[in-house]
Write a protein that binds this ligand. Structure first.
Ligand code: B12
Ligand code: SF4
Length: 449
Protein backbone atom coordinates (compact mmCIF):
# COMPACT_ATOMS: atom_id res chain seq x y z
CA UNK A 1 0.00 0.00 0.00
CA UNK A 2 1.22 3.46 -0.88
CA UNK A 3 0.10 6.76 0.64
CA UNK A 4 0.81 10.14 -0.93
CA UNK A 5 0.90 13.11 1.46
CA UNK A 6 0.45 16.43 -0.29
CA UNK A 7 1.02 19.95 1.01
CA UNK A 8 -0.81 22.58 -1.02
CA UNK A 9 0.45 26.15 -0.80
CA UNK A 10 -0.86 29.60 -1.57
CA UNK A 11 0.28 30.65 -5.04
CA UNK A 12 3.22 32.78 -4.10
CA UNK A 13 4.31 30.53 -1.29
CA UNK A 14 4.59 27.73 -3.77
CA UNK A 15 7.88 26.69 -5.34
CA UNK A 16 7.03 27.99 -8.79
CA UNK A 17 6.57 31.58 -7.67
CA UNK A 18 8.78 31.78 -4.61
CA UNK A 19 11.63 34.18 -4.47
CA UNK A 20 14.95 32.36 -4.97
CA UNK A 21 15.87 32.91 -1.32
CA UNK A 22 12.88 30.90 -0.13
CA UNK A 23 12.92 28.26 -2.84
CA UNK A 24 13.48 24.73 -1.61
CA UNK A 25 13.04 25.84 1.98
CA UNK A 26 10.45 23.65 3.72
CA UNK A 27 8.43 25.92 5.98
CA UNK A 28 6.17 23.74 8.08
CA UNK A 29 6.42 20.64 10.18
CA UNK A 30 3.16 19.23 8.93
CA UNK A 31 4.21 16.59 6.37
CA UNK A 32 7.21 15.51 8.45
CA UNK A 33 4.95 14.93 11.40
CA UNK A 34 2.25 13.14 9.41
CA UNK A 35 4.96 10.90 7.96
CA UNK A 36 6.24 10.15 11.48
CA UNK A 37 2.73 9.47 12.83
CA UNK A 38 1.97 6.97 10.07
CA UNK A 39 5.36 5.24 10.24
CA UNK A 40 5.04 4.84 14.02
CA UNK A 41 1.94 2.65 13.59
CA UNK A 42 2.60 1.22 10.13
CA UNK A 43 6.36 0.91 9.56
CA UNK A 44 5.88 -1.06 6.33
CA UNK A 45 3.57 1.34 4.54
CA UNK A 46 5.16 3.23 1.70
CA UNK A 47 4.76 7.01 1.99
CA UNK A 48 5.67 9.57 -0.63
CA UNK A 49 5.54 13.28 0.14
CA UNK A 50 4.71 16.04 -2.32
CA UNK A 51 5.14 19.58 -1.05
CA UNK A 52 4.36 22.60 -3.18
CA UNK A 53 6.93 24.51 -1.16
CA UNK A 54 9.80 22.65 -2.73
CA UNK A 55 8.41 21.35 -6.01
CA UNK A 56 5.83 21.89 -8.72
CA UNK A 57 2.93 19.49 -8.15
CA UNK A 58 2.07 17.28 -11.10
CA UNK A 59 -1.00 15.41 -9.88
CA UNK A 60 -1.05 13.09 -12.89
CA UNK A 61 2.35 11.75 -11.93
CA UNK A 62 1.41 11.05 -8.33
CA UNK A 63 0.75 7.33 -8.04
CA UNK A 64 -0.80 6.13 -4.77
CA UNK A 65 -3.58 4.01 -3.32
CA UNK A 66 -4.78 6.88 -1.16
CA UNK A 67 -3.93 10.58 -0.88
CA UNK A 68 -3.87 12.85 2.20
CA UNK A 69 -3.97 16.60 1.57
CA UNK A 70 -3.01 19.42 3.93
CA UNK A 71 -4.00 23.02 3.30
CA UNK A 72 -4.54 26.17 5.32
CA UNK A 73 -7.53 28.36 4.51
CA UNK A 74 -5.96 30.51 1.75
CA UNK A 75 -4.75 27.38 -0.05
CA UNK A 76 -7.87 25.28 0.38
CA UNK A 77 -9.48 26.11 -2.97
CA UNK A 78 -6.41 24.70 -4.66
CA UNK A 79 -6.65 21.66 -2.40
CA UNK A 80 -10.24 21.10 -3.57
CA UNK A 81 -9.15 21.27 -7.19
CA UNK A 82 -6.44 18.74 -6.49
CA UNK A 83 -8.86 16.45 -4.63
CA UNK A 84 -11.16 16.52 -7.64
CA UNK A 85 -8.30 15.44 -9.91
CA UNK A 86 -7.45 12.47 -7.65
CA UNK A 87 -11.07 11.47 -7.27
CA UNK A 88 -11.47 11.43 -11.06
CA UNK A 89 -8.68 8.84 -11.00
CA UNK A 90 -10.61 6.86 -8.33
CA UNK A 91 -7.99 7.55 -5.67
CA UNK A 92 -9.60 8.15 -2.26
CA UNK A 93 -8.68 11.50 -0.71
CA UNK A 94 -8.60 12.56 2.94
CA UNK A 95 -7.95 16.06 4.17
CA UNK A 96 -6.88 17.55 7.50
CA UNK A 97 -5.39 20.70 9.00
CA UNK A 98 -6.75 23.91 10.46
CA UNK A 99 -9.31 24.67 7.74
CA UNK A 100 -10.62 21.10 7.71
CA UNK A 101 -10.86 21.08 11.52
CA UNK A 102 -12.91 24.26 11.58
CA UNK A 103 -15.02 23.58 8.49
CA UNK A 104 -15.57 19.83 8.15
CA UNK A 105 -18.98 20.13 6.44
CA UNK A 106 -17.48 22.17 3.62
CA UNK A 107 -14.38 19.99 3.26
CA UNK A 108 -16.51 16.82 3.19
CA UNK A 109 -18.02 18.01 -0.07
CA UNK A 110 -14.63 17.74 -1.76
CA UNK A 111 -13.04 14.59 -0.42
CA UNK A 112 -13.82 11.14 0.95
CA UNK A 113 -12.84 11.78 4.52
CA UNK A 114 -12.08 14.74 6.80
CA UNK A 115 -9.81 14.66 9.84
CA UNK A 116 -10.55 17.19 12.56
CA UNK A 117 -7.84 18.11 15.07
CA UNK A 118 -4.39 16.67 15.60
CA UNK A 119 -3.45 13.65 13.55
CA UNK A 120 -1.78 11.43 16.12
CA UNK A 121 -4.67 9.09 16.97
CA UNK A 122 -6.95 9.50 14.01
CA UNK A 123 -4.66 8.99 11.04
CA UNK A 124 -3.73 5.47 12.23
CA UNK A 125 -7.46 4.77 12.71
CA UNK A 126 -8.20 5.93 9.17
CA UNK A 127 -5.41 3.82 7.69
CA UNK A 128 -6.52 0.82 9.68
CA UNK A 129 -10.06 1.21 8.30
CA UNK A 130 -8.71 1.51 4.78
CA UNK A 131 -6.48 -1.54 5.11
CA UNK A 132 -9.24 -3.67 6.61
CA UNK A 133 -12.29 -2.59 4.62
CA UNK A 134 -11.02 -0.47 1.74
CA UNK A 135 -13.39 2.23 3.00
CA UNK A 136 -13.08 5.41 5.07
CA UNK A 137 -15.45 7.03 7.55
CA UNK A 138 -16.72 10.43 6.43
CA UNK A 139 -15.11 12.08 9.45
CA UNK A 140 -12.47 11.28 12.09
CA UNK A 141 -12.25 13.58 15.12
CA UNK A 142 -9.38 13.93 17.56
CA UNK A 143 -10.18 12.02 20.78
CA UNK A 144 -10.78 14.16 23.86
CA UNK A 145 -8.38 11.95 25.85
CA UNK A 146 -5.58 12.05 23.27
CA UNK A 147 -2.23 11.57 24.97
CA UNK A 148 0.49 14.13 24.54
CA UNK A 149 3.12 11.83 26.05
CA UNK A 150 5.55 9.97 23.85
CA UNK A 151 4.06 11.45 20.67
CA UNK A 152 5.26 10.37 17.26
CA UNK A 153 8.29 12.33 16.14
CA UNK A 154 8.47 14.06 12.78
CA UNK A 155 10.58 12.48 10.09
CA UNK A 156 13.07 15.29 9.67
CA UNK A 157 14.80 14.20 6.50
CA UNK A 158 11.76 13.82 4.26
CA UNK A 159 12.94 16.67 2.04
CA UNK A 160 16.40 15.25 1.54
CA UNK A 161 15.66 13.73 -1.83
CA UNK A 162 13.53 16.65 -2.97
CA UNK A 163 16.29 19.17 -3.28
CA UNK A 164 19.94 19.62 -2.56
CA UNK A 165 19.13 22.83 -0.72
CA UNK A 166 16.40 21.52 1.54
CA UNK A 167 17.41 21.51 5.13
CA UNK A 168 16.55 18.99 7.75
CA UNK A 169 13.40 20.25 9.51
CA UNK A 170 14.44 22.29 12.56
CA UNK A 171 10.92 23.02 13.81
CA UNK A 172 9.52 21.63 17.06
CA UNK A 173 6.15 21.89 18.80
CA UNK A 174 5.96 21.56 22.60
CA UNK A 175 2.46 22.88 23.31
CA UNK A 176 -0.74 22.84 21.30
CA UNK A 177 -3.76 25.13 21.06
CA UNK A 178 -4.57 27.96 23.43
CA UNK A 179 -7.10 28.52 26.19
CA UNK A 180 -7.30 32.29 25.58
CA UNK A 181 -10.04 33.52 23.30
CA UNK A 182 -8.57 36.27 21.14
CA UNK A 183 -11.30 36.74 18.55
CA UNK A 184 -9.22 36.68 15.37
CA UNK A 185 -7.27 33.57 16.31
CA UNK A 186 -7.94 29.95 15.29
CA UNK A 187 -5.78 28.39 18.00
CA UNK A 188 -8.64 28.09 20.55
CA UNK A 189 -10.33 25.74 18.03
CA UNK A 190 -7.56 23.58 16.62
CA UNK A 191 -7.30 20.89 19.28
CA UNK A 192 -9.87 21.58 22.01
CA UNK A 193 -7.96 23.64 24.54
CA UNK A 194 -4.33 23.85 25.51
CA UNK A 195 -2.03 20.84 25.83
CA UNK A 196 1.60 20.25 26.75
CA UNK A 197 4.03 17.51 25.87
CA UNK A 198 6.26 16.44 28.75
CA UNK A 199 9.34 18.68 28.66
CA UNK A 200 11.61 15.63 28.66
CA UNK A 201 9.97 14.37 25.45
CA UNK A 202 10.59 17.72 23.79
CA UNK A 203 14.22 17.74 24.91
CA UNK A 204 14.79 14.22 23.58
CA UNK A 205 13.35 15.34 20.26
CA UNK A 206 15.57 18.43 20.11
CA UNK A 207 18.63 16.24 20.77
CA UNK A 208 17.92 14.53 17.46
CA UNK A 209 18.08 17.80 15.50
CA UNK A 210 21.48 18.52 14.03
CA UNK A 211 20.81 22.18 13.32
CA UNK A 212 22.01 24.59 16.01
CA UNK A 213 18.96 26.80 15.53
CA UNK A 214 15.55 25.56 16.65
CA UNK A 215 12.23 27.12 15.76
CA UNK A 216 9.24 26.44 18.01
CA UNK A 217 5.94 26.56 16.10
CA UNK A 218 3.85 26.71 19.27
CA UNK A 219 1.01 29.22 19.30
CA UNK A 220 2.26 30.68 22.60
CA UNK A 221 5.15 29.02 24.41
CA UNK A 222 4.83 31.29 27.45
CA UNK A 223 1.25 30.29 28.24
CA UNK A 224 2.47 28.37 31.31
CA UNK A 225 5.57 29.99 32.80
CA UNK A 226 6.45 26.98 34.96
CA UNK A 227 6.51 24.84 31.83
CA UNK A 228 8.60 27.41 29.99
CA UNK A 229 11.09 27.66 32.85
CA UNK A 230 11.52 23.89 32.97
CA UNK A 231 12.04 23.86 29.21
CA UNK A 232 14.68 26.61 29.47
CA UNK A 233 16.59 24.80 32.21
CA UNK A 234 16.60 21.54 30.27
CA UNK A 235 17.37 23.04 26.87
CA UNK A 236 20.40 25.01 28.16
CA UNK A 237 22.90 22.12 28.11
CA UNK A 238 22.06 21.46 24.44
CA UNK A 239 23.67 24.79 23.51
CA UNK A 240 21.12 25.61 20.81
CA UNK A 241 19.89 29.02 19.72
CA UNK A 242 16.12 29.14 19.52
CA UNK A 243 13.05 31.15 18.57
CA UNK A 244 9.44 30.90 19.76
CA UNK A 245 6.15 32.82 19.74
CA UNK A 246 5.25 34.10 23.24
CA UNK A 247 2.81 36.46 24.91
CA UNK A 248 3.99 39.87 26.05
CA UNK A 249 3.21 38.90 29.66
CA UNK A 250 6.49 36.94 29.69
CA UNK A 251 8.20 40.32 30.22
CA UNK A 252 6.65 40.62 33.69
CA UNK A 253 8.78 37.77 34.93
CA UNK A 254 12.49 38.47 35.32
CA UNK A 255 13.32 34.94 36.44
CA UNK A 256 11.89 33.52 33.21
CA UNK A 257 13.61 36.19 31.12
CA UNK A 258 16.93 35.29 32.74
CA UNK A 259 16.37 31.62 32.04
CA UNK A 260 15.34 32.33 28.45
CA UNK A 261 18.47 34.31 27.87
CA UNK A 262 20.75 31.68 29.38
CA UNK A 263 19.04 28.86 27.50
CA UNK A 264 19.84 30.26 24.06
CA UNK A 265 16.50 31.92 23.28
CA UNK A 266 17.61 34.68 20.93
CA UNK A 267 14.32 35.86 19.42
CA UNK A 268 10.65 35.79 20.28
CA UNK A 269 7.58 36.68 18.28
CA UNK A 270 5.01 38.76 20.15
CA UNK A 271 1.49 39.43 18.95
CA UNK A 272 1.20 43.10 19.97
CA UNK A 273 -1.72 43.22 17.50
CA UNK A 274 -2.38 46.96 17.84
CA UNK A 275 -1.07 50.21 19.24
CA UNK A 276 -4.68 51.16 19.93
CA UNK A 277 -5.81 49.88 23.36
CA UNK A 278 -9.49 49.84 22.35
CA UNK A 279 -8.63 47.67 19.36
CA UNK A 280 -6.82 45.04 21.41
CA UNK A 281 -9.70 45.11 23.91
CA UNK A 282 -12.16 44.64 21.06
CA UNK A 283 -10.54 41.36 20.03
CA UNK A 284 -10.50 39.97 23.60
CA UNK A 285 -6.79 40.59 23.95
CA UNK A 286 -7.10 43.31 26.58
CA UNK A 287 -4.34 41.59 28.54
CA UNK A 288 -1.97 43.38 26.13
CA UNK A 289 -1.30 46.76 27.73
CA UNK A 290 -0.24 49.16 24.98
CA UNK A 291 1.37 51.55 27.46
CA UNK A 292 3.79 48.88 28.54
CA UNK A 293 4.88 47.73 25.07
CA UNK A 294 8.00 49.90 24.81
CA UNK A 295 9.29 48.99 28.26
CA UNK A 296 8.76 45.32 27.51
CA UNK A 297 10.78 45.49 24.32
CA UNK A 298 13.55 47.37 26.11
CA UNK A 299 13.60 44.70 28.78
CA UNK A 300 13.80 41.88 26.25
CA UNK A 301 16.69 43.63 24.53
CA UNK A 302 18.46 43.98 27.87
CA UNK A 303 18.32 40.18 28.13
CA UNK A 304 19.75 39.83 24.62
CA UNK A 305 16.46 38.71 23.11
CA UNK A 306 15.35 40.16 19.76
CA UNK A 307 11.69 40.88 19.11
CA UNK A 308 9.52 40.20 16.08
CA UNK A 309 6.33 42.20 16.52
CA UNK A 310 3.12 41.18 14.83
CA UNK A 311 0.31 43.69 14.19
CA UNK A 312 -3.27 43.25 12.97
CA UNK A 313 -4.66 46.13 10.91
CA UNK A 314 -8.24 47.24 10.34
CA UNK A 315 -9.66 46.38 13.75
CA UNK A 316 -12.97 47.90 14.76
CA UNK A 317 -11.57 50.76 16.84
CA UNK A 318 -9.00 51.65 14.16
CA UNK A 319 -9.33 54.58 11.82
CA UNK A 320 -6.95 55.95 9.21
CA UNK A 321 -4.55 57.24 11.85
CA UNK A 322 -3.61 53.73 12.93
CA UNK A 323 -1.07 53.21 10.12
CA UNK A 324 1.07 56.26 10.88
CA UNK A 325 0.78 55.56 14.63
CA UNK A 326 1.91 51.98 14.12
CA UNK A 327 4.91 53.01 12.05
CA UNK A 328 5.96 55.59 14.64
CA UNK A 329 5.57 53.05 17.39
CA UNK A 330 7.56 50.37 15.58
CA UNK A 331 10.42 52.84 15.01
CA UNK A 332 10.40 54.34 18.51
CA UNK A 333 10.09 50.98 20.22
CA UNK A 334 13.07 49.54 18.30
CA UNK A 335 11.30 46.40 17.16
CA UNK A 336 13.82 44.15 15.42
CA UNK A 337 11.50 42.60 12.84
CA UNK A 338 7.89 43.41 12.18
CA UNK A 339 4.96 41.73 10.46
CA UNK A 340 1.60 43.18 9.51
CA UNK A 341 -1.60 41.30 8.76
CA UNK A 342 -5.09 42.47 7.90
CA UNK A 343 -7.82 41.51 10.36
CA UNK A 344 -9.28 38.28 8.96
CA UNK A 345 -12.08 36.38 10.66
CA UNK A 346 -11.31 32.76 9.72
CA UNK A 347 -14.27 30.62 8.60
CA UNK A 348 -15.43 28.28 11.35
CA UNK A 349 -14.68 30.72 14.20
CA UNK A 350 -17.20 32.60 16.37
CA UNK A 351 -15.65 35.82 15.06
CA UNK A 352 -16.56 34.84 11.50
CA UNK A 353 -20.12 34.01 12.57
CA UNK A 354 -20.43 37.34 14.38
CA UNK A 355 -19.16 39.29 11.34
CA UNK A 356 -21.44 37.29 9.06
CA UNK A 357 -24.49 37.86 11.26
CA UNK A 358 -23.75 41.60 11.10
CA UNK A 359 -23.53 41.51 7.30
CA UNK A 360 -19.87 42.45 7.35
CA UNK A 361 -18.34 39.55 5.39
CA UNK A 362 -17.83 40.92 1.89
CA UNK A 363 -15.61 38.22 0.42
CA UNK A 364 -16.08 34.46 0.62
CA UNK A 365 -13.32 33.37 -1.72
CA UNK A 366 -11.05 31.63 0.80
CA UNK A 367 -7.97 32.29 -1.30
CA UNK A 368 -8.31 35.92 -0.25
CA UNK A 369 -8.17 34.94 3.43
CA UNK A 370 -4.41 35.40 3.40
CA UNK A 371 -4.28 38.36 5.81
CA UNK A 372 -3.18 40.55 2.90
CA UNK A 373 -6.73 41.25 1.65
CA UNK A 374 -9.52 42.97 3.54
CA UNK A 375 -12.43 40.52 3.39
CA UNK A 376 -14.75 42.36 5.77
CA UNK A 377 -16.42 45.75 5.94
CA UNK A 378 -14.15 47.61 8.39
CA UNK A 379 -15.93 49.67 11.06
CA UNK A 380 -14.29 53.06 10.50
CA UNK A 381 -12.54 52.79 7.14
CA UNK A 382 -13.03 51.39 3.68
CA UNK A 383 -11.53 48.08 2.54
CA UNK A 384 -9.25 50.04 0.23
CA UNK A 385 -8.02 52.15 3.15
CA UNK A 386 -7.03 49.04 5.07
CA UNK A 387 -5.25 47.44 2.12
CA UNK A 388 -3.47 50.71 1.29
CA UNK A 389 -2.43 51.04 4.95
CA UNK A 390 -1.12 47.47 4.89
CA UNK A 391 0.97 48.22 1.77
CA UNK A 392 2.20 51.44 3.28
CA UNK A 393 3.31 49.81 6.52
CA UNK A 394 5.18 46.90 4.94
CA UNK A 395 6.97 49.25 2.54
CA UNK A 396 7.76 51.89 5.14
CA UNK A 397 8.83 49.58 7.95
CA UNK A 398 11.30 47.87 5.63
CA UNK A 399 12.60 51.02 3.93
CA UNK A 400 16.27 51.57 4.65
CA UNK A 401 15.47 54.82 6.45
CA UNK A 402 13.13 53.15 8.92
CA UNK A 403 15.24 50.02 9.34
CA UNK A 404 18.07 52.32 10.46
CA UNK A 405 15.70 54.10 12.86
CA UNK A 406 14.37 50.86 14.34
CA UNK A 407 17.79 49.36 14.85
CA UNK A 408 19.60 52.43 16.15
CA UNK A 409 19.49 50.95 19.65
CA UNK A 410 22.10 48.29 18.77
CA UNK A 411 25.44 49.44 20.12
CA UNK A 412 27.80 47.03 18.39
CA UNK A 413 28.46 48.29 14.81
CA UNK A 414 28.97 44.73 13.57
CA UNK A 415 25.71 43.45 15.07
CA UNK A 416 23.84 46.51 13.81
CA UNK A 417 25.15 46.02 10.28
CA UNK A 418 24.20 42.35 10.39
CA UNK A 419 20.65 43.18 11.50
CA UNK A 420 20.30 45.95 8.91
CA UNK A 421 21.27 43.54 6.13
CA UNK A 422 18.92 40.83 7.42
CA UNK A 423 16.03 43.29 7.68
CA UNK A 424 16.70 44.77 4.28
CA UNK A 425 16.89 41.41 2.54
CA UNK A 426 13.79 40.13 4.36
CA UNK A 427 11.94 43.34 3.46
CA UNK A 428 12.85 43.22 -0.22
CA UNK A 429 12.13 39.51 -0.64
CA UNK A 430 9.08 39.17 1.59
CA UNK A 431 7.35 42.40 0.53
CA UNK A 432 7.78 41.43 -3.10
CA UNK A 433 6.30 38.03 -2.36
CA UNK A 434 3.21 39.22 -0.51
CA UNK A 435 2.45 41.99 -2.97
CA UNK A 436 2.82 39.63 -5.91
CA UNK A 437 0.55 37.15 -4.14
CA UNK A 438 -2.19 39.75 -3.86
CA UNK A 439 -2.14 40.35 -7.59
CA UNK A 440 -2.76 36.82 -8.71
CA UNK A 441 -4.23 35.11 -5.73
CA UNK A 442 -7.72 34.90 -7.26
CA UNK A 443 -8.92 31.40 -7.99
CA UNK A 444 -6.84 30.36 -10.91
CA UNK A 445 -6.68 26.82 -12.19
CA UNK A 446 -3.23 25.88 -11.02
CA UNK A 447 -2.75 22.24 -11.90
CA UNK A 448 -2.01 20.76 -15.30
CA UNK A 449 -3.70 17.41 -15.81
C1 B12 B 1 4.92 27.62 9.52
C2 B12 B 1 3.64 28.40 9.32
C3 B12 B 1 3.46 29.05 8.11
C4 B12 B 1 4.35 28.82 6.91
C5 B12 B 1 3.81 27.59 6.14
C6 B12 B 1 2.36 27.24 6.47
C7 B12 B 1 1.72 26.09 5.67
N1 B12 B 1 1.35 24.99 6.28
O1 B12 B 1 1.53 26.22 4.51
C8 B12 B 1 4.18 30.16 6.14
C9 B12 B 1 5.25 31.12 6.60
C10 B12 B 1 4.21 30.07 4.63
C11 B12 B 1 2.83 30.63 6.68
C12 B12 B 1 2.10 31.60 6.06
C13 B12 B 1 0.85 32.00 6.51
N2 B12 B 1 0.20 31.51 7.57
CO1 B12 B 1 0.93 30.22 8.81
N3 B12 B 1 1.57 29.13 10.18
C14 B12 B 1 2.64 28.45 10.32
C15 B12 B 1 2.67 27.81 11.73
C16 B12 B 1 3.39 28.78 12.67
C17 B12 B 1 3.29 26.45 11.89
C18 B12 B 1 2.76 25.36 10.94
C19 B12 B 1 3.27 24.04 11.44
O2 B12 B 1 4.31 23.58 11.01
N4 B12 B 1 2.59 23.45 12.44
C20 B12 B 1 2.94 22.20 13.04
C21 B12 B 1 2.13 21.11 12.33
C22 B12 B 1 2.55 19.74 12.78
O3 B12 B 1 0.78 21.34 12.70
P1 B12 B 1 -0.38 21.44 11.61
O4 B12 B 1 0.12 21.97 10.34
O5 B12 B 1 -1.53 22.12 12.23
O6 B12 B 1 -0.73 19.90 11.38
C23 B12 B 1 -1.34 19.08 12.35
C24 B12 B 1 -2.86 19.03 12.21
O7 B12 B 1 -3.43 20.24 11.76
C25 B12 B 1 -3.11 17.91 11.27
N5 B12 B 1 -3.04 18.11 9.82
C26 B12 B 1 -2.59 19.14 9.09
N6 B12 B 1 -2.70 18.87 7.80
C27 B12 B 1 -3.19 17.62 7.68
C28 B12 B 1 -3.47 16.86 6.56
C29 B12 B 1 -3.96 15.57 6.72
C30 B12 B 1 -4.25 14.75 5.52
C31 B12 B 1 -4.19 15.07 8.02
C32 B12 B 1 -4.71 13.74 8.21
C33 B12 B 1 -3.93 15.85 9.16
C34 B12 B 1 -3.42 17.12 8.97
O8 B12 B 1 -2.07 17.00 11.59
C35 B12 B 1 -0.90 17.67 12.02
C36 B12 B 1 -0.34 16.90 13.20
O9 B12 B 1 -1.27 16.81 14.24
C37 B12 B 1 1.14 27.75 12.03
C38 B12 B 1 0.78 27.78 13.51
C39 B12 B 1 0.82 26.36 14.10
N7 B12 B 1 1.37 26.23 15.25
O10 B12 B 1 0.37 25.41 13.49
C40 B12 B 1 0.61 28.95 11.25
C41 B12 B 1 -0.76 28.88 10.58
C42 B12 B 1 -0.87 27.56 9.86
N8 B12 B 1 -0.70 29.97 9.61
C43 B12 B 1 -1.80 30.61 9.48
C44 B12 B 1 -1.98 31.73 8.63
C45 B12 B 1 -3.28 32.49 8.80
C46 B12 B 1 -1.01 32.11 7.71
C47 B12 B 1 -1.14 33.24 6.67
C48 B12 B 1 -2.47 33.24 5.93
C49 B12 B 1 -1.05 34.61 7.30
C50 B12 B 1 0.15 34.89 8.05
N9 B12 B 1 0.15 34.59 9.34
O11 B12 B 1 1.08 35.39 7.48
C51 B12 B 1 0.06 32.97 5.72
C52 B12 B 1 -0.35 32.25 4.42
C53 B12 B 1 -0.41 33.11 3.23
C54 B12 B 1 -0.79 32.30 1.99
N10 B12 B 1 -1.16 33.01 0.96
O12 B12 B 1 -0.78 31.09 1.94
C55 B12 B 1 -2.88 30.03 10.36
C56 B12 B 1 -3.85 29.16 9.55
C57 B12 B 1 -5.29 29.55 9.77
C58 B12 B 1 -6.23 28.74 8.91
N11 B12 B 1 -7.50 28.97 9.13
O13 B12 B 1 -5.88 27.95 8.08
C59 B12 B 1 -2.01 29.26 11.43
C60 B12 B 1 -2.70 28.07 12.07
C61 B12 B 1 -1.58 30.32 12.48
C62 B12 B 1 -2.70 30.88 13.28
N12 B12 B 1 -3.23 32.05 12.90
O14 B12 B 1 -3.09 30.33 14.27
N13 B12 B 1 2.51 29.99 7.83
S1 SF4 C 1 -3.60 35.17 19.76
FE1 SF4 C 1 -2.16 34.02 21.05
S2 SF4 C 1 -2.99 34.25 23.13
FE2 SF4 C 1 -4.64 34.80 21.73
S3 SF4 C 1 -5.79 32.88 21.43
FE3 SF4 C 1 -4.29 33.02 19.77
S4 SF4 C 1 -2.53 31.86 20.51
FE4 SF4 C 1 -3.81 32.33 22.29
Amino acid sequence: MKIALVMVKGNVYSFKNRSFLFKHMPDSLTLGLLYGVIKKSFPDIQIEIYDETVEVLKPKEIKADIVGISAITPAVNKAYELARIFKERNIPVFMGGTHATLNPEEVELHCDSVLCGLADDIVPELINDFLKTGKLKKRYTQKSDMSFKNMALPQRDIYERKSIWADELNMVQATFGCSNTCKFCVQPYVCEGYHQRPVDDVIEEIKLIKDNYIEFVDPNLSKDLNYLRELCVKISPLKKKWFAPMAISVCNDDITLGLLSKSGCCEILIGFESVNQNSVKGINKGFNNVEKYKDCIKKLHSYGIKVTGSFVLGLDSDDNTVFENTLNFVNDANIDYVRFTINTPYPGTEYYKEMDANGRIVERDWSLYDCAHCVIKPANMTQDDVEAGYNYLWKQAYSLKNILKRLNYIKSPFERLQMIIKNYVFGVVYCKMIFKDRDFVKNTKMYKV
